[in-house]
Design a protein around this ligand. Structure first.
Ligand SMILES: NC(=O)C1=CN([C@@H]2O[C@H](COP(=O)(O)OP(=O)(O)OC[C@H]3O[C@@H](n4cnc5c(N)ncnc54)[C@H](O)[C@@H]3O)[C@@H](O)[C@H]2O)[C@@H](O)CC1
Ligand SMILES: Nc1ncnc2c1ncn2[C@@H]1O[C@H](COP(=O)(O)OP(=O)(O)O)[C@@H](O)[C@H]1O
Ligand SMILES: [K+]
Length: 493
C-alpha cells in the first residue's frame, strides 16, 4: 500500500509502542508532550478566541500531562485558566509529573467543578490509555458539560471513547474538536466514536515517520492511494470485451428493480458489457426498462450451465432482489465451481444463513474471487459468533470474516470497513448520510462488480467501489435516490 500520512491509522497500543520507540531512540519524550500540549492550546485559542475561561480537565496519565502543558500555554497567552484533576495529582509519574510541576495553576478536584457560562472545556482526562469504563465522577462531569452545552476540545480522543474500537466506555465527551498526534486512531472513524470527535486535527509532534511506518498494522483510511495502482488504465483503443463482462441476476417479476440498479451502476463504473440474467417470467418487466444493458433468460441450473459456457462471462452480481432460497445457493455453487468472480449481496448473503460453511468452502481455493457486501444484519447471519463478540472492533470482525470466507468483505454502514482475506483493511469516511436510502446498496454491488469485471482484484475493487460510491453520493446531493446516484458515478479514468 502507498504510504501517505493522512490515511495512516494506528491503534492506541501501537501508538504507545511508537512513543516508546521514539524515547528509546533518544528523542526527548517530554519534548513530545510539550509539543502536544502546545498544539492543543493553539487549537483552543484559534477556535474559541472569545472564551471567558478555559477549564482544563486533567487525568492520571500522559493525556493529563498534555493537559497541564496546554493549561500553562493558555495562561501564558493571557487567558483565564482553571485546572481540575481526576484522582491525586501527586501520584503522577514521568513526563506527566514534570508537566504538572511546570504548570503555574493550582488544580482542584474534578468533582468540585461547576459549569459557568463562557467555559470552554479542554478534555485531557483519558486518551490512548483508557482501559475500562470511565469512573462515575467522569460520567457525572460529562453529563453536566452536556447539559450546560459547553464546547469541548478533546486531547487525542474524547475521554470515554475507546481508540481501538470507537466504543463509548460508560460515557464520553461530545467534542467540538479533537487534536490527535501523528496519526488518527480507528476510534476517530468507527462509530459511535466518530460522532464524538467533532473535527479531527492530526498534529505532527515530531516523531520520525519511519517509527510510525515500522508499526504498520495494515489499516488505513480508504482512499485512492490504497488501490490506485490496481485500477484499469485509460486505453482509448479498449475494446468492449477487454473492459470485461458483468452479469447481474434479476429476481422474480415483482423484484426486478434492484438488479437493474446494480447493472446500470456496473456499466457506469466501466464494465464493457453488462447483461441482466432474468427468469423468463420477469423478462418482460426487465426488457421494458433496459437499453444499454443486455437481457438473457435463465431459469434453471442447466440454463445457467449453458450461459457459463462463454468464458468471457467471468463476473457476476447475485443478491439484489434475488430471493432467499435454494435457487440462490445452487446458482452460487455453480458460479464457484466454474471459477467465476462474484459479488454476493443482500438475499444472496441471507440465503446462506443456515449453512455459511457451504459458501466459504465453495470459494476456499485460490486468490479471492468473492466479494461479500453485508450490512450489519446480513453480517450477523453469516458470522454470528463474530457479530456477538463484544471484544472485537468492526475492523477485527471484517478481517476475521474475510479470512474465514477467503473473500473481500465490505462490512457496510456509515463507517464501512473493507477487509481482505490476507489481513489488509481500510475504513471508509467519504460516505454522506444521504446514502441511507433504498437501493443504494444495490448500486454499490454493481460498482464493485463493474470493477471486478475489468480485472481489479477483489479487495481493491471492493475498497475502490465503496469510495467511488461515496464520491458519487457527495455529487448527487442531499436528496439523492438510488437512480440519481447512478448518474453521478464517475469512471476511474
Ligand atoms: N510520548 C508519549 O508517550 C506521548 C503521549 N501523549 C499522550 O499520552 C496519552 C497516553 O498516555 P497514557 O498511556 O498515560 O494514557 P492515558 O493518559 O490516556 O490514561 C492512562 C491512565 O488512566 C488510567 N485509566 C485508564 N482507564 C481508566 C478508567 N476507566 N478509570 C480510571 N482510570 C483509568 C490508567 O490506569 C492510567 O493511569 C495519549 O493519549 C496522548 O495524549 C502525548 O503527550 C504525546 C507524546
Ligand atoms: N448514514 C450513512 N452514512 C453513510 N453511508 C451510509 C449510511 N447508511 C447507509 N450507508 C451506505 O449506504 C449503503 C446502503 O446499503 P444497504 O444497507 O444494503 O441498503 P439497501 O438494501 O437499501 O440498498 C451502504 O453502502 C452503506 O454503507
Ligand atoms: K481526552
Amino acid at each position: 500500500m502507498a504510504k501517505g500520512r493522512d490515511n495512516w491509522l494506528l491503534t492506541p497500543s501501537a501508538m504507545g509502542e511508537v512513543d516508546a520507540a521514539a524515547a528509546a531512540s533518544g528523542i526527548d519524550s517530554f519534548g513530545l508532550m510539550e509539543k502536544a500540549g502546545q498544539a492543543v492550546a493553539a487549537a483552543v485559542l484559534r477556535l474559541f478566541p472569545g472564551g471567558e475561561r478555559f477549564v482544563v480537565l486533567c487525568g492520571p496519565g500522559n493525556n493529563g500531562g498534555d493537559g497541564y502543558v496546554a493549561a500553562r500555554a493558555l495562561r501564558a497567552a493571557g487567558a483565564a485558566v482553571a485546572v481540575f484533576h481526576l484522582g491525586d495529582p501527586a501520584k503522577l509519574k514521568g513526563d506527566a509529573a514534570t508537566a504538572r510541576s511546570h504548570c503555574p495553576i493550582p488544580g482542584e478536584p474534578l468533582e468540585t467543578w461547576r459549569p459557568a457560562e463562557g467555559d470552554v472545556i479542554v478534555d485531557a482526562i483519558f486518551g490512548a490509555g483508557l482501559a475500562r469504563a470511565v469512573p462515575p465522577v467522569v460520567a457525572d462531569v460529562v453529563r453536566r458539560v452536556d447539559e450546560a452545552g459547553l464546547p469541548v476540545v478533546a486531547v487525542d480522543l474524547p475521554s470515554g471513547i475507546d481508540g481501538r474500537t470507537g466504543a463509548v466506555m460508560g460515557a464520553a465527551f461530545r467534542a467540538h474538536h479533537t487534536v490527535t498526534f501523528m496519526t488518527r486512531k480507528p476510534g476517530h472513524l468507527l462509530l459511535p466514536g466518530r460522532l464524538y470527535c467533532g473535527t479531527v486535527e492530526t498534529f505532527d509532534i515530531g516523531i520520525p515517520f519511519r517509527l510510525v511506518e515500522a508499526k504498520d498494522e495494515r489499516l488505513f483510511v480508504n482512499g485512492p492511494q490504497e488501490w490506485r495502482t490496481s485500477m484499469p488504465t485509460a486505453d482509448a483503443a479498449a475494446h468492449k470485451f477487454r473492459r470485461g463482462h458483468l452479469t447481474v441476476f434479476s429476481g422474480p417479476a415483482t423484484a426486478t428493480g434492484a438488479a437493474r440498479l446494480a447493472a446500470a451502476a456496473g456499466l457506469r463504473a466501466g464494465a464493457g458489457l453488462v447483461t441482466v440474467v432474468s427468469p423468463t417470467e420477469a423478462a418482460a418487466a426487465n426488457a421494458a426498462h433496459l437499453t444499454a444493458v443486455m437481457l438473457k433468460a435463465v431459469d434453471t441450473e442447466s440454463d445457467l450451465a449453458d450461459y457459463l459456457r462463454d468464458e468471457r462471462r467471468a463476473t457476476f452480481v447475485l443478491g439484489p432482489g434475488f430471493g432467499v432460497g435454494p435457487k440462490a445457493r445452487a446458482f452460487v455453487a455453480a458460479l464457484a465451481a466454474a471459477c467465476r468472480h462474484l459479488v454476493l449481496d443482500a438475499d444472496g448473503i441471507s440465503a446462506f444463513a443456515e449453512d455459511p460453511k457451504a459458501l466459504f468452502s465453495a470459494f476456499a481455493d485460490g486468490a479471492p474471487r468473492l466479494v461479500l457486501t453485508p450490512h450489519e444484519g446480513e453480517f450477523a447471519r453469516l458470522f454470528p459468533d463474530l457479530a456477538a463478540d463484544p471484544a472485537l472492533s468492526k475492523v477485527d470482525r471484517a478481517r476475521q470474516a474475510a479470512a474465514r470466507a477467503n473473500a473481500a468483505v465490505v462490512y457496510k454502514g456509515a463507517d464501512s470497513v473493507i477487509a481482505a482475506a490476507d489481513g489488509r483493511a481500510v475504513i471508509n469516511e467519504n460516505a454522506p448520510a444521504s446514502l441511507a436510502t433504498a437501493g443504494s446498496g444495490d448500486v454499490l454491488a454493481g460498482i464493485i462488480g463493474g470493477l471486478l469485471a475489468q480485472g481489479v482484484p477483489a479487495f481493491e475493487a471492493a475498497a475502490a467501489g465503496v469510495w467511488l460510491h461515496g464520491e458519487a453520493a457527495c455529487r448527487a446531493g442531499a436528496s439523492l435516490t438510488a437512480e440519481t446516484l447512478i448518474n453521478h458515478i464517475d469512471r476511474w479514468h
